[in-house]
Design a protein around this ligand. Structure first.
Ligand code: ADP
Ligand code: ZN
Length: 750
């Protein structure tokens, strides 16, 4: 560093505040070892406390420093922790984009992109390896040594690089003595290296032949293949109704990609729910990595390593699999692209679909988003030409879509003899479906036994003391549970408000439904599937295989039974209450209701026997229900999009949500007002027109003991919210004991 203009610095970020970026001088001895993506330790602050940091750039005289300090006066970094970067350049670029787009510190994003097991070397251990010192091989004939020592050197000289002291001693047939002597003489040198001690191989499936594609499938495949061959970014939206054979098309497109020696990522919602999908991929490809939530940190790290070495052809996983370090990615597929689980609900609050599109653009590869009920955002992008639409409007083998009928619960309510969940009509249909050898799926998107615990004397509803949410009665364990924070109390015997002794357990959850089904059909094997019964790893797989084998006749459960299942013998699907999500204070309530009913309806009639669907509802005239009844996605979209446009909601405007929370109601209100003011100020200064809605108490006013306010910020699509919010965050003064978060493109409005 003699020359003024000859310097190198590492730009780093931290996972904790202050997040940086900051620049540190790279001392000459580290020059070859520092590159973007390696971890360093650096001195921070006045006290020069040592902190671990991520290097995100290496900069020199042609760059602008992060601060105005003279480059010669930068503090030097202290040490380099990694031999090789923990992520490659494209992944780091993706992390930078996420950080900017979702207004989240890069240090946090990196810790999401690279899983903890990979960062801390889980499933690896330090091993000592031995090699000959330089030049010893040539001197060997002339050296005067005891026979054992000579044998050791000869063995090393003969080749192989991974000799551990133990293996070497075993091969030569000696103790550690001769080896230690040789190390002392400097004839052998040792080095340590981390090696993997855990592996995670998965069973192979029986090979399956490709199916003969129908015309729609072939057309879709041709378009994707063309993009794969050209090696360029293209976004496809595959709108294929339930049972149209989307998965078969994905598989064929990926075969093409694999032929080119490249890899594919397949994102699915909640992988543990889709054992069938996994099996189908394993039956067609040799190297499939399935990244699911039950992997240990060490197993995850092992997969990460296999993937980064290019040894995996297809990576299947939920949201975070979008960060799989495939070295030569050729295609990304997002199945059920409308699914809400693709959005992460903690920082960074990224949406895997948008990250995937970004990754595909960066890598110049095609991406396929598939769904029977595409998100209206994606649909709009297909209509405006941003995505190419691939349509598969028919079921395979020309199987008809099931006939859907609604049962008006308002009418039925008066006529009902019992107060159960299952109407007379649905009961008859279940009976006849079973009688004819079919199977039945019943959807009720509310778990627990009774969804409301209410006093008939004073009307008081038992609420969670920490959340403003009614508690749900769970029969197993006789308890009342808060579904937001899991707070539990023993089932109340008397009203906690007035002491009245005949509490009513009202509203029906899956437990109560199960009880009812068993009472009506005592001889029909029935099983409940919800998060309460499916806690153990592997329980989905077991439950679904019992259903497939026909051992179980009635499968009932929450939305987890609505997704992706393909059971040809299901001839009846019953929706117990289609309205559960219809009246949520959320502009996507209709879209969700339409999607859920359509998806679960699609589980019926997949085999030669055909099938039907019965939807119980209090709102049979609601457009979402009417459209679902007709399997009419296009009609639903055409009716819903103009409403979105009228109010400037996505996809016609950009939206961000800021949620402020504190134990003090007063503080949360004040803070919210300050944040809203700052946002408006910044926008005015920049001449941007934004709409600040609120602050207002969030629909869930209190959560885990904290009061909550929220602010919605909206702007036209051609204006960007991020720079405004980013600048605002530097001006907001956060009061003590108040937290706030920014959610870009929010999905959760509660
Ligand atoms: P989707 O994902 O669109 O709901 P799937 O890909 O699961 O549909 O296909 C539904 C069923 O149809 C599966 O059992 C699949 O094996 C079968 N299938 C798909 N394509 C064909 C085809 N071309 N010929 C015959 N059967 C097919
Ligand atoms: Zn609670």
């Amino acid at each position: 560093m003699d020359d003024q203009d000859d310097w190198l610095a590492a730009r780093v970020v931290f996972s904790q505040a202050p997040h940086g970026p900051y620049d540190y001088r790279i001392p000459a001895e580290f020059e070859t070892r520092v590159s973007p993506g390696v971890r360093l330790t650096v001195p921070l602050g006045r006290g020069n406390r040592t902190r671990q940091a991520y290097c995100i750039d290496v900069i020199g005289p042609f760059h602008q420093l992060a601060s105005t300090v003279n480059p010669q006066r930068l503090k030097p970094l202290s040490s380099v922790l990694d031999e090789r970067p923990i992520m490659d350049g494209p992944l780091l670029d993706l992390a930078k984009w996420i950080s900017q787009y979702y207004v989240c510190p890069l240090g946090n994003v990196i810790e999401t992109v690279v899983p903890p097991g990979v960062r801390d070397g889980s499933g690896t251990r330090e091993m000592l390896f031995l090699v000959l010192a330089e030049g010893v091989a040539d001197q060997l004939p002339g050296l005067n040594l005891p026979p054992k020592q000579r044998a050791v050197l000869e063995t090393l000289a003969a080749g192989g690089s991974d000799w551990t002291p133990r293996e070497l001693a075993e091969t030569v047939g000696c103790t550690q003595g001769p080896i230690t002597s040789l190390r002392k003489k400097g004839l052998i040198i040792s080095s340590t290296r981390r090696v993997r001690s855990v592996s995670h191989t998965v069973p192979r499936e029986k090979r399956e032949q490709n199916l003969v594609l129908n015309t729609d499938q072939q057309q879709a495949l041709d378009s994707i293949n063309q993009a794969v061959e050209q090696g360029e970014y293209r976004g496809f939206l595959m709108h294929g109704i339930t049972g149209s054979g989307k998965t078969e098309v994905y598989i064929r497109a990926i075969q093409k990609v694999v032929e080119f020696g490249r890899q594919a990522i397949v994102l699915v919602p909640e992988i543990s729910l889709t054992p069938q999908t996994r099996r189908r991929f394993r039956a067609r490809f040799d190297q499939v990595a399935v990244l699911h939530s039950h992997l240990t940190a060490a197993q995850r790290a092992w997969h990460w390593n296999e993937i980064s070495q290019g040894r995996v052809q297809v990576i299947i996983g939920a949201r975070s699999a979008i960060f799989a370090p495939a070295p030569n990615l050729g295609l990304i597929v997002l199945d059920e692209e409308h699914d809400g689980s693709f959005k992460q609900d903690k920082a960074p609050r990224y949406h895997a679909r948008d990250v995937a599109v970004r990754r595909a653009q960066q890598a110049a590869i095609p991406i396929v988003l598939g769904s029977a009920t595409p998100a209206l955002d994606s649909w709009h992008r297909a209509q405006t030409g941003e995505f190419e639409l691939l349509s598969m409007p028919n079921r395979v083998l020309n199987r008809p879509l099931p006939d859907v009928a609604t049962i008006d619960l308002r009418v039925d309510f008066g006529n009902r003899k019992s107060r159960g969940a299952i109407s007379q009509k649905l009961r008859q249909e279940i009976r006849s479906a079973i009688h004819q050898g079919g199977q039945v799926i019943l959807l009720l998107n509310r778990r627990g036994f009774a969804t409301r615990i209410q006093c008939p004397g004073c009307g008081h509803v038992e609420q969670c003391p920490d959340c403003s949410i009614p508690m749900t009665h769970h029969r197993d364990g006789s308890k009342a549970v808060c579904h937001y924070c899991d707070f539990q109390i023993p089932e109340p015997q008397v009203c906690t408000e007035c002491g009245y002794a005949a509490i009513r357990f009202a509203g029906i959850g899956t437990q109560k439904l199960e009880q009812e089904v068993k009472a009506i059909f005592p001889d029909v094997p029935c099983m409940r599937m919800d998060t309460d019964t499916m806690r153990k790893p592997g329980s989905h797989e077991l439950a679904l295989s019992r259903f497939r084998e026909g051992e179980i006749k009635i499968l009932l459960g929450t939305q987890m039974i609505a997704k992706g299942l393909d059971f040809p013998n299901v001839t009846l699907v019953g929706v117990i209450n289609a309205d559960t999500a219809l009246h949520f204070p959320d502009f996507r309530a209709s879209e969700r209701t339409f999607g859920l009913v359509t998806q679960v309806a699609g589980r019926s009639g997949r085999g030669p026997k055909g099938g039907r669907v019965l939807v119980q509802t209090f709102s049979p005239d609601n457009p979402a229900i009417v459209a679902a009844k007709r399997h009419d996605y296009l009609g639903f979209a055409a009716g819903e999009l103009p409403t979105r446009e009228e109010f400037g909601y996505p996809p016609f405007g950009s939206l961000a949500r800021i949620v402020i929370r504190s134990e003090s109601q007063e503080r949360v209100k004040q803070q919210s007002e300050q944040i809203a003011d700052v946002l408006q100020q910044v926008a005015d200064e920049q001449g941007q027109s934004i709409l600040v809605l609120g602050p207002a108490p969030a629909p869930v006013e209190k959560l885990r003991g904290k009061y909550r306010f929220h602010i919605l910020v909206r702007c036209d699509v051609d204006c960007q919210l991020q720079p405004i919010i980013q600048l605002a965050t530097t001006r907001i003064q956060t009061a003590e004991n108040v937290q706030w978060i920014v959610d870009i493109d929010p999905m959760d409005m509660l």
